[in-house]
Design a protein. Structure first.
Length: 754
């Protein structure tokens, strides 16, 4: 999937600004009418905006001179809108401090089903004592306690959403659904005791995205742990870069990919036929009436005597402090302080850069579009949450005047893409507390969730004779299995393997050199897709492609991933003397990167393998394949592919492991980089359950880069008992076991359910 701009729009009340009710064309009481939100959502839909955003604060504002920003409950309102308006998403805000996990999980899962995966749930920690007063007699907890509660809240909600997979039983006469796939969560914690499971089944193809808007140290840590769409106030590019880098640093420390995060700051656009007209409208809609009025408001908010204010003197960042008990988002205060620290900005400039805590852009439609394009092309942000000052008029202006310019620039689509929001945003790897869910599951069931990333099947119609013609001297007992899907399913079920990832390599079809028949490859991929469809939840498959075929391979990769829905690609490590750094491979890797799907690099026989076999038997052949595997690995490191495709995930087998570790100790795998958690997106398949190999992989590459695999049927299936013993011998804790057994694979494949 090609990266593109994300655009959402806040549509609370009569507009983002407190005085917006004075500017609306009709009744100022429209904030209490459903038609206001329906009409505004349709306007956003006309511009193909990704979602409408509802912030929330379950308490009535005390000042009747300001519009009530929050009135209708967001989840209920979004459900009604989702039925009425197609395509567009809905961002709802929920307080972790004053919500029950089971209640939210149930309502959220219901809305996700109703909308078809068009939901973002923005989790916030309430900061206003007025909200606390509406939920009992206890005072508002301190910030540290609120975030401690928020972490537990998200853990419980996530476990509940994943607790019931609706499946028919093996014996259809035994009942309607299989109770083995409805798993109690048995949570007992500091804040919640929740038995589970949820009574709304999990939709395997989608799950609500998680938003987060905290910017304090605790909030940023929360966003790095759970957030996928991170809302923030960013007032300058330098401050934005510092924010993004800190967010990424914290996410990496928690074992997450930075590619699983989208940074979406707020933006207040005010559009005029000229910049002068836009500035005059700013003065009007802000309620200040003039630039002097804006400066007086600045002095009042900063606690400065207006008479002592010098509008032309640089502002000190010390004016904007953040306190533990402030009744204003900490992110707003911090953003103001960061702007003052990063730039020598005067009060006169300041009042034209910030409105309502977010960045203000006042000018013509060309000015606003150019600003958005420049920020997005900087690579620092992924999109913007548009906060129109007055609704619906200012949103209409933005949709009619600015959006077409963004579309002409090629960074925003002209029509809605199919699929869920998760798919549109390229966030198929679910970030939300995945590791915690897996660890909790293991604790509850005493079983590992095993995903075998490395299994092989060939079409059954080839039969034993066909398999013999293709094989490199494999015995008949293995060849019978490789053309028999039932043999794999039966063996894996008996061993307790949850999911098998299938592949059919180009080498197995055509050898290590010579021409490749594209029609045969297409037929194999069609067969794999049908096999996965017939065995949902038990099988996934990697598409067969020959990347050294250039654009031909890229077209097949696009078809296999986009139309057939296969979970990644399997490619040979070398062909005709070429390795992965060859230019012919780039188009195929670009397709995998766009679809956010992994690429399994399968080792091939070395040239003159017969000499190696004659000298050392089958071990000589393995040594040769390990050499080819190691060279392919180094070609990825040395060819610039990791920089060209920073979010692309590679998977390598462990053949030639010693050489791989020795050759990669410097550069990207230096001790400093490893100590700081900076590792390429390269994963390693264990190729069995040898505890020594598992321990080396986990120690050198880290547990979040290791995948359980076998090369079945050449090697036997993993099992609950053998893999569990190996993990224990390797000295791995429960979290590392959960990651290696299946967590990492599910994250790569975008399949976190069981």
């Amino acid at each position: 999937m090609q990266k593109r701009l994300i655009l959402t729009a806040g549509i609370n009340s009569t507009g983002y600004l407190a005085d917006s009710w004075r500017q609306v064309g009709g009744s100022p009481l429209v904030f209490a009418e459903f038609d206001q939100y329906l009409r505004t959502t349709w306007i956003a839909h006309a511009g193909s905006l990704d979602a409408v955003f509802f912030s929330d604060h379950p308490a009535l504002g005390a000042d009747p001179a300001q519009r009530p920003l929050h009135s209708f409950e967001p989840l209920t309102l979004s459900t009604a809108l989702a039925v009425a308006v197609p395509d567009i998403g809905f961002e709802i805000t929920v307080s972790s401090t004053y919500s029950a996990p089971y209640d939210l999980a149930r309502r959220l899962a219901t809305l996700d089903h109703i909308s078809g995966g068009r939901v973002i749930c923005n989790i916030v920690s309430s900061f206003n004592p007025a909200v606390a007063a509406n939920y009992g007699s206890a005072p508002l907890p301190p910030r540290e306690a609120r975030y401690r509660q928020a972490h537990e809240f998200m853990s419980v909600v996530g476990a509940l959403l994943d607790s019931w997979e609706l499946r028919r039983p093996a014996d259809p006469q035994a009942g309607l659904w299989d109770p083995d796939f409805a798993r109690p969560i048995g949570h007992r914690g500091e804040f919640y005791n929740v038995a589970g499971p949820l009574n709304v089944p999990r939709d395997r193809q989608r799950r609500a995205l998680i938003g987060q808007a905290g910017a304090s140290g605790s909030g940023l840590d929360f966003a790095a742990t759970y957030g996928e769409i991170v809302y923030c106030s960013l007032l300058s590019l330098s401050a934005a870069r510092a924010f993004r880098d800190e967010l990424h640093k914290r996410a990496i420390a928690k074992g997450r990919h930075v590619g699983s995060l989208r940074v979406v700051p707020g933006l207040v656009p005010i559009i005029g036929r000229s910049r002068k007209e836009a500035l005059e409208r700013h003065e009007a809609v802000s309620g200040t009436g003039s630039e002097e009025g804006l400066l007086r408001r600045f002095a009042r908010d900063a606690g400065i005597d207006y008479g002592a204010l010098d509008p032309g003197a640089p502002v000190s960042g010390d004016l904007f402090t953040t306190t533990a008990d402030q009744q204003r988002p900490a992110g707003f205060s911090q953003a103001l302080a960061e702007l003052a620290r990063h730039e020598r900005i005067t009060p006169r400039q300041f009042v034209r850069r910030v409105e309502g805590g977010h960045r203000l852009v006042a000018g013509t439609a060309d000015d606003v579009a150019a600003d958005i394009i420049a920020w997005w092309r900087s690579g620092i942000v992924d999109g913007f949450n548009i906060q129109a000052p007055v609704l619906p008029d200012d949103l209409s202006d933005f949709v009619e005047q600015v959006v077409p310019r963004l579309q002409d620039a090629g960074i925003f689509p002209r029509q809605y893409e199919s699929g869920s929001l998760r798919e549109r945003f390229g966030l198929t790897q679910e970030a939300s507390s995945l590791d915690r869910y897996l660890k909790e599951r293991q604790r509850m069931s005493g079983r590992l969730d095993i995903v075998d990333i490395h299994t092989h099947l060939w079409p059954p119609e080839w039969g034993l004779d066909g398999a013999r013609r293709l094989s490199s001297g494999l015995p008949d007992d293995i060849l019978r299995k490789i053309v028999d899907p039932a043999a794999l399913l039966d063996e894996f079920e008996a061993a307790g393997v949850s999911l098998a990832v299938l592949s059919t390599t180009v080498e197995s079809l055509f050898g290590v050199a010579g021409p490749v028949d594209a029609a045969v490859i297409s037929n194999v991929n069609d067969w794999l897709a049908g096999l996965v469809k017939a065995n949902p939840g038990r099988l996934e498959a990697l598409a067969t492609v020959d990347p050294f075929s250039g654009e031909i391979a890229a077209r097949e990769a696009k078809r296999a991933l986009g139309e057939l829905g296969l979970s990644g690609l399997v490619i040979d490590s070398s062909r005709d003397g070429k390795f992965l750094g060859d230019a012919s491979v780039r188009p195929t890797l670009a397709v995998a990167a766009r679809f956010k799907r992994p690429v399994f690099v399968h080792p091939v026989n070395a040239p003159q393998a017969d000499i190696l076999i004659a000298g050392a038997g089958k071990l000589g052949n393995s040594l040769g394949r390990g050499l080819m595997n190691g060279v392919a690995f180094l070609s990825v490191l040395e060819s610039g592919l990791l920089d060209e495709f920073p979010d692309l995930d590679f998977v390598f087998a462990t053949l030639g492991l010693g050489a791989i570790v020795q050759a990669s100790r410097g550069g990207r795998y230096s001790r400093q980089n490893r100590d700081e958690g900076r590792r390429p997106n390269i994963y390693f398949d264990t190729m069995g359950d040898d505890p020594s190999i598992i321990a080396i992989l986990a120690e050198f590459f880290s547990p979040d880069r290791v995948l359980a695999g076998t090369d079945w049927p050449i090697l036997p299936s993993l099992s609950q008992q053998s893999l569990g013993r190996s993990f224990k011998t390797a000295g791995l804790d429960a979290a590392a076991q959960a990651l290696i057994a299946g967590g990492n694979a599910r994250r790569l494949l975008g399949r976190v359910d069981r």
